[in-house]
Design a protein around this ligand. Structure first.
Ligand SMILES: Nc1ncnc2c1ncn2[C@@H]1O[C@H](COP(=O)(O)OP(=O)(O)O)[C@@H](O)[C@H]1O
Ligand SMILES: [Mg+2]
Length: 264
């Protein structure tokens, strides 16, 4: 499924200057994502995950190193990717459909030819019949689905999601996880998925990149060799447990997690 190297993060460091001194958010981070691959990034809060998203989107520049997408160095805000943030940031006065189309309007693309596609996208995440509802009429999960459709409306080759399910309840997270898997499987898209859920990372990914605490570095990269499409029940598979265990162990080794003492 995966093709050549599509995203290339090479020796990227990023520091922030603050009144209390310099903060090293990322240090010498290198990894790549092949075309069509699903890569998750897990790491503790503050390890630079959102900073990495901003670097991929060209909304921040690295202090050193370089990010390339599709062979081109990212040196300005990127238009050929879709981003989903933890909070869906929808405009309250626009319907679900018009919030999806907003992405095109902001790019100066006429929306009329894309209304049907926007409807189809909303339908593909279970929002049939909700096209004309306003954000306050939608649940948190529905709002996040609208923001996923908005990120996809211009059919970008790369989708970047920054803890998109953080604010959702467990059942809704499960459903959206399945939706994301389906969108990815159909769309031939390259996905970078940031999460602090080890289970979600293993469930969705071809590879999981585990980060160290700040300054964020690549701790380890784990290849998840489980057949696709994956059903929720795969989470009970011993192979699945072995992958999550491997990631837990990295966090334990780094002091990100501390297990009960005195218990083997
Ligand atoms: N614009 C900024 N100015 C100063 N410090 C920042 C800025 N953005 C992020 N940081 C700091 O960089 C570190 C990494 O932040 P972030 O990328 O948001 O981490 P994560 O998303 O993994 O929780 C944190 O210590 C944060 O306080
Ligand atoms: Mg973050």
């Amino acid at each position: 499924m995966a093709g050549g190297k599509f995203v290339d993060v090479a020796e990227v460091s990023r520091r922030f200057r603050t009144p209390l001194g310099d903060i090293a958010a990322l240090e010498a981070v290198s990894f790549d994502v092949r075309a069509g691959e699903f890569v998750s990034i897990v790491g503790p809060s503050g390890c630079g995950k959102s900073t990495l998203v901003m670097l991929l989107a060209g909304l921040l520049a690295p202090t050193s190193g370089a990010v390339s997408i599709g062979g081109l160095v990212v040196d300005r805000p990127q238009t050929n990717l879709g981003i989903v943030f933890q909070s869906p940031v929808l405009l309250a006065w626009r319907s679900a459909l018009d919030n999806v189309l907003l992405q095109l309007e902001m790019r100066g693309i006429p929306t009329a030819p894309h209304r049907e596609r926007a409807r189809t996208l909303l339908g593909s995440v279970g929002l049939d019949g909700f096209e004309h509802r306003y954000p306050h009429e939608l649940s948190g999960g529905m709002r996040q689905r609208v923001s996923i459709c908005r990120a996809l409306i211009h059919d970008p080759p790369l989708l970047v999601m920054d803890e998109p399910f953080g604010a959702l309840d467990a059942l809704t997270r499960d459903q959206i996880t399945l939706d994301i898997q389906r969108i990815w499987a159909r769309g031939q898209k390259t996905v970078v998925f940031i999460t602090h859920s080890i289970t979600e990372a293993v469930f969705l990914s071809d590879r999981v990149l585990v980060m160290t605490p700040r300054p964020g570095r690549v701790d380890t990269l784990i290849e998840v060799d489980l057949p696709r499409p994956r059903r929720l029940a795969v989470r009970e598979d011993p192979r699945f447990a072995a992958y999550t265990r491997q990631i837990h162990d990295r966090f334990l080794a780094r002091g990100v997690l501390r297990d009960i003492e005195g218990v083997a």
